[in-house]
Write a protein that binds this ligand. Structure first.
Ligand SMILES: [Zn+2]
Length: 420
């Protein structure tokens, strides 16, 4: 076997060894031999190759169980960078991350994205350009989260209620025209779930259900470390399950009685606006600012305003009942509650937890943990970065570039493997 003419099988083996070290499943050469069944000579050669291209390095001596001690191998997560973006209805975030999902720099922008995909991505791209200059990096890949249903194979949005101008739009195509790097696009809540599973505390590896109550309402499930997307990518889109037969509660999606119509940021504002005579505080706020926001309703609730408290309490209970149904169905170890609409205080999370616990079966509730999101609103970009890393190092992708030590220049075959 000559190292100057590697076969696809060699590249596959090479990628597998790097992934074992990267994910912590094997951290020494003997452990790699054991895990793969490969001989010492092949493992030694391949590890040296990975060290030569900068993806692995030798570290300290491993604790020895007798016999000759071996060196610990370390994955060099600083060898490359991925760019991560999150596009919501009213704001966006852009980050540069290393290959373990550590964010090096993040920029935030308030921006109304609802009806203008092209302009929105131009703003996002300017954030990436600033980050690139600041960190002196170039992207190996992009991970982008968007607040709507995403067909994961094509990266296109499909009928997104809170981003009505984005139906059929391909974030992937837009970025691929500007960068020679592969692009993966996912629903924002899926990525928040992935970020919390990898980086949230406690990091216990149990299945995690993330529930977002924000301008939109959604859920994401990470099971055995992988996002559960369903057949087309629509899994977890709970915002439009029907929770009441009240026909007056119309939703942005065109139906009535949706979870989102009662519990989302826009739903809370609309319900408050219809009953302003019951809330002098919110009426004053509207007169002063000309508009009401979900934050106004949340703050008023925290200050004890009766109408705002009633609306937030009801929203919390309705979400709690929905979450209980989901817990009974998928039996996660942890439920994480995220988003601005419900992050108005501990009391809200407590009410939600009480509602969930009352409604779950004993076995599903036995070891269930319920906690607020723990990454200070960075779980989404963290998850977007991790999506890009996971896809780059996927067994079907990593062999395409690993012998060169970098995927730069391999965007086309990488994207082909991952779907158009
Ligand atoms: Zn709806």
């Amino acid at each position: 076997m000559s190292s100057s003419s590697p076969s696809p099988q060699d590249a596959y083996v090479h990628g597998r060894l790097i992934n074992l070290v990267r994910t912590g499943r094997a951290l020494t050469r003997p452990a790699l031999e054991q895990q793969t069944g490969l001989g010492r000579k092949v493992v030694t050669q391949r590890v040296q190759q990975a060290i030569d291209v900068g993806l692995l390095e030798d570290g300290d001596l491993a604790p020895s169980a007798g016999g000759r001690p071996s060196r610990l191998l370390r994955f060099r997560s600083e060898a490359g960078h991925v760019y991560a973006g999150m596009v919501g209805a009213t704001e966006m975030n852009a980050s540069v991350a290393t290959l373990d999902g550590t964010l090096l720099a993040t920029l935030h922008e308030d921006w109304d994205a609802a009806s203008r995909p092209e302009e929105t991505l131009e703003v996002l791209d300017r954030l990436f350009t600033r980050l690139s200059r600041r960190t002196r990096t170039e992207p190996w890949a992009f991970g982008i989260g968007v607040a709507g249903p995403v067909d994961f194979a094509t990266g296109r949005l499909v009928d997104p209620p809170i981003l009505p101008g984005w139906d059929g739009f391909s974030v992937r195509s837009w970025l691929r025209e500007r960068y020679d790097a592969p692009v993966w696009v996912d629903n924002d809540v899926n990525l928040m779930a992935l970020g919390e599973w990898h980086r949230g505390e406690p990091r216990d590896g149990r299945d995690l259900l993330y529930v977002l109550a924000d301008e939109g309402v959604g859920a994401g499930l990470v099971s055995r470390g992988a996002v559960f997307r369903g057949d087309t990518g629509a899994a977890g889109d709970i915002g439009h399950v029907q929770v009441t037969d009240d026909p007056s509660l119309t939703c942005r999606c065109g139906q009535t009685g949706c979870l989102e119509a009662i519990t989302s940021g826009w739903g809370l504002v609309r319900q408050a606006a219809a009953r302003l005579d019951e809330s002098p505080a919110l009426a004053a706020r509207l007169a002063e600012r000309g508009q009401l926001t979900a934050q106004d309703v949340g703050m008023a609730a925290r200050d004890g305003d009766p109408l705002a408290s009633e609306l937030v309490q009801r929203a919390t209970r309705v979400i709690g009942m929905t979450v209980a149904n989901l817990v009974n169905f998928v039996n996660p170890g942890t439920v994480v509650v995220g988003g601005g609409a419900l992050r108005v205080g501990d009391a809200v999370v407590r009410t939600l937890e009480e509602t969930v616990r009352r409604r779950v079966t004993r076995l599903a509730g036995q070891r269930l943990a319920i906690r607020p999101a723990s990454l200070d609103f960075r779980e989404g970009v963290t998850g977007a970065a991790l999506l890009a890393v996971e896809q780059l190092f996927d067994p079907s992708s990593v062999g395409l570039w690993v012998e060169n030590g970098s995927p730069l220049g391999h965007a086309v075959p990488l994207q082909r493997v991952a779907g158009q």
